[in-house]
Design a binder for this molecule. Structure first.
Ligand SMILES: [Mn+2]
Length: 263
């Protein structure tokens, strides 16, 4: 799968033991563990980011918290948020909050469990004006809210109407601006349609197909301002014969290959 690519293994950041306990009104499940883990993930990303395009294989979407912290330590970065869901639950729109993996976009823009927001007193990791959300479904409960807050949103219906190339161009206009220090890509694999990618915790219909995702990702990742990507939510336990892993590996391989052969 790595034919034609120069990849270097940068090691595993082992998460703390998963705590399932959750009490309504007391914030997110496992928030202390995720907070500690996010700092370690940020350290690892920061140690690599000047030398290489960083690929983080998650994990659930809370991995974004550590990635965004790494970016915030360095400056002001954009985010291309590719996800079937907006992950924008927060105390202001849906108390009680539950799990960081359904709240990661809210957390990195400064809203959420106080144990996860503003981890190092640096303020919100990302600004709304620097974020583009791509691939959410039309029934996403927070689509209107994030748009009102100034985040650019391309639900799947809008992608179909405008065409993938036009969307990619518009996303880059936002996240790869000259006044930013670069941009990160967050990929929740559930951006793919449930028919082609059921090995995720919240599969939903109406998503992209692998060719569309490859095209979109390739144009983002090959941009010189792109600094890294996290790839989350794929669940091998839901993929006993490995066929869905192959689908995902193909997308990632083609994307990275196109990026490394650009220009
Ligand atoms: Mn997600």
């Amino acid at each position: 799968m790595t034919k034609g690519l120069v990849l270097e293994e940068a090691g595993v950041v082992v998460p703390p033991r998963y705590q399932t306990a959750w009490v309504a009104g007391q914030g997110d499940r496992n928030a202390d563990g995720i907070a500690a883990y996010s700092r370690i993930v940020a350290n690892r990303i920061e140690s690599l980011i000047d030398e290489a395009f960083v690929v983080v294989l998650g994990g659930d979407c809370s991995v974004l918290v550590g990635a965004a912290l790494a970016l915030k330590r360095r400056g002001r970065y954009g985010l291309a948020f590719l996800d079937g869901h907006s992950d924008f639950r927060h105390p202001g729109n849906d108390p009680p909050i539950v799990a960081a993996a359904g709240e990661d976009l809210a957390i990195v823009t400064g809203r959420g469990d106080p144990r996860l927001v503003d981890l190092e007193d640096l303020g919100p990791s990302l600004r709304e004006a620097d974020v583009a959300v791509v691939g959410i479904r039309s029934d996403d409960p927070y689509a209107a809210e994030i748009q009102e807050l100034g985040i650019a949103v391309w639900p799947v219906d809008r992608i179909k109407a405008e065409g993938l190339r036009a969307v990619t161009t518009a996303v880059l206009e936002r996240v790869a601006r000259e006044d930013l220090d670069g941009f990160w890509v967050h990929l929740d694999v559930d951006i793919l349609d449930e028919d082609v990618m059921p090995a995720v915790d919240s599969p939903s219909p109406g998503g992209l197909d692998p060719d569309q995702l490859t095209l979109l990702l390739s144009d983002l990742v090959r941009h010189r301002a792109a600094v890294g990507i996290d790839i989350c939510i794929f669940d091998p336990d839901l993929d006993p014969d490995g066929r869905h892993a192959e689908t995902l590996a193909d997308v990632v391989h083609q994307t990275l290959r196109s990026a490394t052969t650009a220009e």
